[in-house]
Ligand binder design. Structure first.
Ligand SMILES: Nc1nc2c(c(=O)[nH]1)N[C@H]1C(S)=C(S)[C@@H](COP(=O)(O)OP(=O)(O)OC[C@H]3O[C@@H](n4cnc5c(=O)[nH]c(N)nc54)[C@H](O)[C@@H]3O)O[C@H]1N2
Ligand SMILES: Nc1nc2c(c(=O)[nH]1)N[C@H]1C(S)=C(S)[C@@H](COP(=O)(O)OP(=O)(O)OC[C@H]3O[C@@H](n4cnc5c(=O)[nH]c(N)nc54)[C@H](O)[C@@H]3O)O[C@H]1N2
Ligand SMILES: [Mo]
Length: 764
């Protein structure tokens, strides 16, 4: 047992439910965060760590990708940032002795919470063929195991290289270079499950797959901010500070969400005296409890209404903008004309009056921003929905001017940067050309596997080696049981990780766990102390400098692991200076500056306080790099989710006490849940209709084509969610998400719309 970690796993029977909380954050939030850090890291280390979080001389918060303000407050951290840091700075260790006393089969029965609580991985570990235990291995032997297995493949396409969004720009750049030099574009990443739909829709319509607003657009300029399919109070708490600033200068805020999320109601800002002693700020002026999956219909209805109103008055649409900068308006308008009013309204679960109230807000505002996250991207029609939001913005010229634009709010702190660095199974030719030229090789051109296709390829025996830099593939992906079987069947799995997780305990027949440095830790290489860089959700690139002593002497940096592996696999003849890259990361940034547009003079500019902004043509100059050089209106077919009688649409969400598959604790304070995670939120009218009691114990059974999947023993919680909808936490619900249930175009698992029925629990 690691010191201080719980030995017994928790029991969901202890769950307590209270009414949802009305106010978010404030002092209780920060106190909760501090308690976690102090518990795990000790007082001095904890306080020092938090002071450096998101400061110009410190490290980038390993939590979310919300940008830092130009001049951070002394404590620009939030409760959940503090928890993310606590996870990493814990004094508990998972060492060789731990693995000696815990057979893999036993670890596989533990909860994600228990696994994470055991502490930081301290030493490289190896599972030899079908062994019961992991055993210690030297770094040299570990890299040999990988090199031998890669050499045994029939073709490079039998390997897949996964990335999670905490990986730095420098490590990501080397990782994709290594995969491509090996000869494959199999670079699945967490983004495939996250904002892939946003990237696909935005690239097609405005020519770049990234958000078009800056932090100042939100805080200083926007008159209307629409927050749709996002729960910032939990997942981007610092966004509430920006919304509060906007609010105080008179901006209006609309929240569109099947759940009345606490953070969008009242916010008490812990960074200000007002927030500490006052009543807090009411954020949302209008709340629309939309039906899950109803957003495409909603924005179609809104767009049609705007066009109709303009036909009467002529001053609703920005005709000059539409004429000069866009194409496709007539086709889109014709499609809106044909919509069936009743069908569209019914699909939203809202009344016509609610939709009209939104239109009133839109028409009154000279500039509008739409922010969104997973509530929009993880549906079958996600890409169409986001294209329709672009239509909405284009109608009133809400792009490429202050206070207006599209704001997909990213998840992981560097998920956007990893993409910029080439982590994508289908990077455009222009990037591959420059990469090939810089490193003197011909990169493979055939598209690789994304996350879902990687699982399919594993199931069909087309993959032999799976390597992950960060993340928790086994728990984050859909169809957990099939995916676990797929992973277990592989000849070799390799995980470069900071903490123990589910992926380590459903290993390939041979498996390696390679422990690495985290963001908070000092990274000293032959060339001295190193910094890394990251890109936030608004395309700002800045440095991150770890300051704490590493959790174990055995840890290596991601850069050094990848460089060492690349040299071993590609051989002494490979012309890439892997050793030089590992010795000093400035040499990597020099190469990035020559391959990736917007990174000129990278090494000097990372030193600028606050970093620098990458170019964004629509935002900067209303330039649209699309098929015809104009922003694209699109006509989108609506496909209403059909729910058989007695079934609900289940969305899978995050509690307040987790970071994706890392479970910090068992509470979801804002939603009133304590001491457990197997709960399912259902509207009380639906419960009456279904004849199920609040508090009952049920199994969730997902129905897809003629397949059924079951997740046992959830406690029913009557909750004010939209009618016909249900919500439960991920990753516990991933066994219910069918592998083939994905978004059109982006192939993102549609984990926010799973058709389920509730059955009395088989093992209450
Ligand atoms: N503390 C913490 N921070 C995080 C994370 C974390 O786990 N913990 N995860 C990070 C990552 S990787 C990501 S991607 C982001 C995720 O950030 P979010 O997207 O905020 O996370 P979710 O919990 O998935 O919440 C989805 C929200 O969309 C709503 N929703 C669901 N379906 C629909 C729909 O059909 N329409 C509308 N309008 N709304 C809908 C849900 O009710 C919920 O409020 O957060 C990042 N930050
Ligand atoms: N049903 C359902 N499924 C979902 C979602 C959902 O809303 N519903 N959301 C999806 C989304 S948006 C995302 S982004 C994915 C997340 O998928 P992933 O990114 O794969 O999962 P995480 O839980 O973020 O990964 C956590 C692990 O990363 C490792 N780690 C942490 N920090 C570091 C580091 O600095 N370096 C390295 N090498 N490793 C580190 C730790 O070992 C930790 O256990 O899940 C997706 N899956
Ligand atoms: Mo994400």
């Amino acid at each position: 047992m690691t010191k201080g970690a719980p030995d017994r796993d928790y029991d969901d029977a202890d769950v307590h439910v209270r009414p949802p909380q009305r106010k978010a954050a404030g002092v209780p939030g920060v106190v909760h965060g501090l308690r976690d850090v102090v518990d795990q890291a000790g007082v001095r280390r904890g306080v020092k760590t938090l002071r450096l979080l998101n400061q110009h001389s410190g490290f980038d918060c390993p939590g979310c990708a919300w940008p830092e303000p130009g001049k951070p407050h002394l404590a620009e951290f939030c409760e959940n940032g503090a928890k993310a840091v606590a996870e990493e700075t814990t004094v508990r260790r998972v060492d060789a002795e731990f693995f000696a006393t815990h057979p893999i089969g036993q670890l596989a029965t533990k909860s994600d919470y228990w696994l994470g609580q055991q502490g930081r991985l301290a030493t490289p570990m190896f599972r030899d063929t079908d062994a019961d235990h992991y055993e210690p291995i030297t770094w040299d032997s570990a890299l040999d195991v990988i090199a031998d297995e890669l050499a045994a493949m029939d073709s490079p396409g039998q390997a897949a290289f996964y990335t999670s969004g905490r990986t730095s720009n420098e490590a990501a750049f080397l990782y994709q270079l290594f995969a491509r030099k090996l000869g494959t574009n199999n670079l699945p990443d967490c983004s495939n499950m996250c904002h892939e739909s946003s990237g696909a829709a935005l690239s097609e319509t405005i020519g770049i797959g990234k958000g078009s607003v800056t932090l100042a657009d939100i805080t200083d300029h926007a008159e209307l901010i629409v927050v749709v399919g996002q729960n910032p109070g939990t997942n981007h708490p610092r966004m509430l500070t920006a919304l509060e600033e906007a609010k105080r200068r008179g901006a209006r805020i609309v929240a569109i969400n099947p759940l009345p999320e606490t953070g969008l109601r009242t916010f008490k800002n812990p960074q200000t005296v007002r927030g500490v002693v006052g009543k807090g700020t009411q954020l949302a002026d209008l709340f629309l409890p939309i039906r899950v999956g109803g957003d495409l219909a909603f924005f179609q209805a809104v767009n049609r209404t705007l066009v109709g109103a303009d036909e009467r008055t002529g001053d609703i649409l920005d005709h000059a903008f539409i004429n000069q900068f866009t194409s496709g308006f007539d086709d889109a308008a014709a499609a809106w004309q044909e919509l069936d009013h009743d069908e569209v309204t019914a699909a939203t679960g809202l009344t016509s009056r609610q939709i009209d109230a939104f239109v009133d807000e839109v028409v009154r505002a000279d500039s509008t921003i739409v922010c969104w996250a997973m509530g929009l991207t993880q549906h079958k029609q996600s890409v169409a929905t986001i294209r329709e939001i672009v239509n909405f913005l284009l109608l009133r010229g809400n792009i490429g001017r202050p206070g207006a634009g599209a704001c997909p709010v990213r998840g992981h702190s560097n998920v956007q940067g990893d993409r910029t660095m080439g982590i994508w199974e289908k990077m455009p030719d222009a990037f591959l050309d420059r990469l090939g030229e810089e490193f003197g090789f011909e990169p493979p051109r055939a598209h690789g596997y994304d996350t879902v296709d990687t699982i399919r390829a594993m199931l069909d025996g087309r993959i032999r080696v799976f390597m992950a830099v960060g993340g928790n593939f086994a728990a984050a992906t859909p169809d957990s049981e099939r995916t676990a079987d797929a992973l277990r069947s592989l000849p070799l799995t390799v995980h470069v990780s900071t903490k123990l997780n589910r992926s380590h305990v459903v290993p390939g027949r041979r498996s390696l766990i390679l422990p690495c440095l985290g963001r908070t830790e000092r990274d000293v290489q032959a060339g001295g102390e190193q910094i890394v860089t990251v890109e936030d959700s608004m395309s700002m690139v800045h440095a991150s400098r770890g300051t704490l002593p590493p959790a174990s002497e055995q840890l290596r940096s991601e850069v050094s692991i990848i460089s060492g592996l690349a040299r071993r696999v590609l051989g002494a003849d490979d012309s890439t200076p892997w050793e030089e890259f590992a010795a000093g990361y400035g040499s990597i940034r020099e190469r990035i500056s020559r391959v990736v547009p917007g990174f000129d003079d990278f090494e000097r500019r990372v030193d600028e306080p606050g970093g620098f902004a990458l170019p964004h043509p629509p935002r900067d100059e209303r330039r649209f790099d699309t098929v015809d050089g104009r922003a694209q209106f699109t006509a989108n077919d609506l496909e209403v989710i059909q729910v058989p009688r007695g079934r609900l649409i289940l969305q899978t969400i995050r509690s307040h006490d987790q970071f994706n598959t890392t479970i910090y604790g068992l509470d979801d304070r804002y939603r009133g849940v304590r001491g457990g995670r197997r709960v399912v939120f259902v509207n009380s009218d639906d419960l009456s209709e279904l004849g199920i009691d609040d508090g009952a114990s049920v199994d969730l059974v997902s129905e897809y084509a003629d397949e059924e999947r079951r997740a046992p023993s959830f406690r029913v919680v009557a909750y004010p969610t939209a009618r016909g909808c249900a919500a439960a936490y991920y990753p516990e619900t991933n066994p219910l998400v069918p592998l083939d249930h994905t978004a059109e175009v982006s192939n993102t698992p549609a984990s926010k719309s799973v058709i389920v029925r509730l059955e009395p629990a088989t093992h209450p």
